[in-house]
Design a protein around this ligand. Structure first.
Ligand code: ME8
Length: 524
């Protein structure tokens, strides 16, 4: 038997200095959809997510609240994990916290490897630091705003003058190796426009990077260097290695899953992932990840979400209002992955009512209840296929390859757009063929139309499992589609994920059909 292909996917790990919002949910859901698609498509998947708990930002937020950084991390890491588990149905394999003991070992090990490579030296850092961004800025990268406060020009956040003894990483040495690597691996960063920004930045030249702090104590100690803790991004990025057992590079997890197939991250942290991370790994002599996909930001009616404006949406509020699967669908269908996007109540309701309630829910209800009523509750025997039948089935057949190609580059938007286009065509076919009239005039032809419609629904539901696991499962249950490893079961027992290996099969006449439970009620 051929060995099962593997797939290692990660999200960014969040700073648990506040509560989860819908922008975080966007990232989790997209990574979850990717992980589920790969599992359905036969891959052995490892999916890592978690929280980034060290650094000045956590230290200062905790001090402001009168708690310790560890207490703040414990409280909010639990809130993030709860959103994954109970609100968004995220199918991660490990929720890593950078305060986990094995992560301390991994971070110390990568540091030691970089030092042994001759890439770490002691000096004094003098420059600007933004606690909000956890990032160093040169004088030229800052400006004074109207209120007299010095800020980072790029991000608009407050910076403070910092002068301290610090270890540096020889990032400058990796300028050319990075450019060579990008050239040899044009799909390393996506989408292309965001990757190009990174490349231009590297071409302009790289300064060495300060990678330890002496004025911060909430961090991972630098090996054999009392008083120094690691700059939070050194430890944060290393989480991806901890998640597969580093520094034990002979362990099964590591040999099975490293290098990572995909890091999913937001546009504000592309340089950390496309420049620092591969440079650290080159230095530590660890293989580089295959791809970093940079998504855009989600805005509230075009405005940046912010506590002071009071427009921050909690994932739970949305899920309670619209239902989980409608939220998951909206996030990926509404705008292209990689670009910024905006949401309004009307936009979510519009998608839910037209794409889900009408195009999918209503078509499934109408066609399957006709089968239940008029075909003895089983998939009917189709007659000879007419041109219209063949045309719609052919369109549905192409969807697997279209989806695979789109998922390959995380173009979730295109995958859903094409799939729903075919559903729209199927609705038009159903209306044209009018099986409710054929019932009186030509029962055999009615059976064919219902068969074809049910077969398209089966194919769409198989693909939709990644995005809307609960609703798609209800549809597949109603059609008695056997679950993985459950070949001959009937509908009562076969609920669960259905492998995409079943995509090219066909519905078997005589298979019991149930009217699906209402899956997408209209949002009034
Ligand atoms: O950056 N829309 O953590 P973080 C879309 N700890 N994505 C958003 C968003 C929005 N409105 N707001 C935030 C960090 N994000 C680091 C990561 S990884 C080794 C360390 C995304 O809590 C953001 O782009 O600030 C990032 O990918 C993730 O949420 C966590 O952001």
């Amino acid at each position: 038997m051929a060995e099962q292909p593997t797939y290692y996917i990660t999200t960014a790990i969040t700073y648990p200095n506040g509560e989860p919002h819908i922008g975080h949910a966007y990232e989790y859901v997209s990574a979850d959809v990717m992980a589920r698609f790969k599992r359905l498509d036969g891959y052995q998947v490892r999916f890592l997510t978690g929280t980034d708990e060290h650094g000045s930002k956590m230290e200062q937020t905790a001090a402001g609240l009168g708690v310790t950084a560890q207490q703040l991390a414990d409280r909010n890491a639990a809130a993030f994990k709860r959103v994954d588990d109970e609100v968004l149905n995220i199918s991660y394999d490990r929720f890593i916290r950078t305060t986990d003991a094995d992560h301390y070992r991994a971070s110390a090990a990568i540091w030691t490897r970089m030092r042994e490579a001759g890439d770490i030296y002691l000096d004094t850092y003098a420059g600007w630091y933004s606690v909000r961004d956890e990032r160093f800025f040169t004088q030229e990268e800052t400006e004074v705003d109207a209120s007299g406060q010095r800020i980072a020009t790029e991000t608009g956040t407050e910076v403070t003058w910092t002068e301290e003894e610090s270890y540096f990483f020889r990032l400058s040495k990796y300028q050319q190796p990075l450019l060579d690597f990008y050239r040899a691996n044009p799909d390393f960063g996506g989408p292309r426009s965001r990757f190009n920004e990174v490349i231009r930045f590297v071409e302009a030249g790289l300064d060495d990077l300060s990678i330890s702090r002496t004025s911060v104590s909430w961090g991972i100690p630098v090996p054999e260097s009392p008083g120094h803790v690691m700059y939070v991004w050194v430890d944060a990025l290393t989480n991806y290695l901890t998640g597969v057992g580093f520094p034990d590079t002979d362990a099964e997890d590591f040999t099975t899953y490293w290098p990572a197939d995909l890091h999913i991250i937001g546009k504000d942290i592309s340089r950390f992932h496309c420049i620092f991370w591969p440079a650290f790994l080159m230095s530590a002599k660890v293989e580089l990840p295959k791809r970093v996909m940079i998504h855009g930001f989600l805005h509230n009616a075009g405005e940046k979400m912010s506590k002071s404006v009071g427009n921050v949406v909690a994932p739970e509020d949305w899920v309670n209002t619209y239902g989980l699967d409608a939220v998951r669908f909206f996030l990926l269908r509404e705008f292209p992955y990689g670009q910024d996007g905006s949401y309004t109540h009307d936009a979510v309701v519009g998608r839910k009512n037209s794409d889900l309630a009408n195009n999918l829910g209503n078509l499934a209800q109408r066609s399957l209840s006709m089968i239940v009523k008029n075909c003895e509750g089983a998939i009917p025997q189709p007659g000879e296929l007419a041109q219209a039948d063949r045309a719609i089935l052919a369109q549905a057949e192409e969807l697997l390859e279209i989806n695979r190609a789109a998922y390959q580059v995380q173009d979730f938007h295109r995958a859903l757009e094409r799939t729903w286009y075919v559903l729209g065509e199927t609705n038009a076919y159903f209306a044209d063929q009018a099986p409710w009239q054929l019932k009186k005039t030509d029962a055999a032809r009615m059976a064919t139309v219902l068969y074809v419609t049910a077969e398209v629904i089966r194919k769409v539901a198989l693909l939709a499992q990644a995005v809307m696991p609960e609703s798609a499962t209800k549809l597949l249950d109603a059609l008695s589609v056997p679950a993985a490893g459950d070949a001959g079961a009937t509908n009562a027992s076969n609920t669960g994920p259905r492998s995409l290996a079943a995509f090219d099969e066909q519905l078997v006449p005589g298979t019991p059909v149930e009217k699906p439970k209402p899956i997408f009620p209209r949002h009034e």
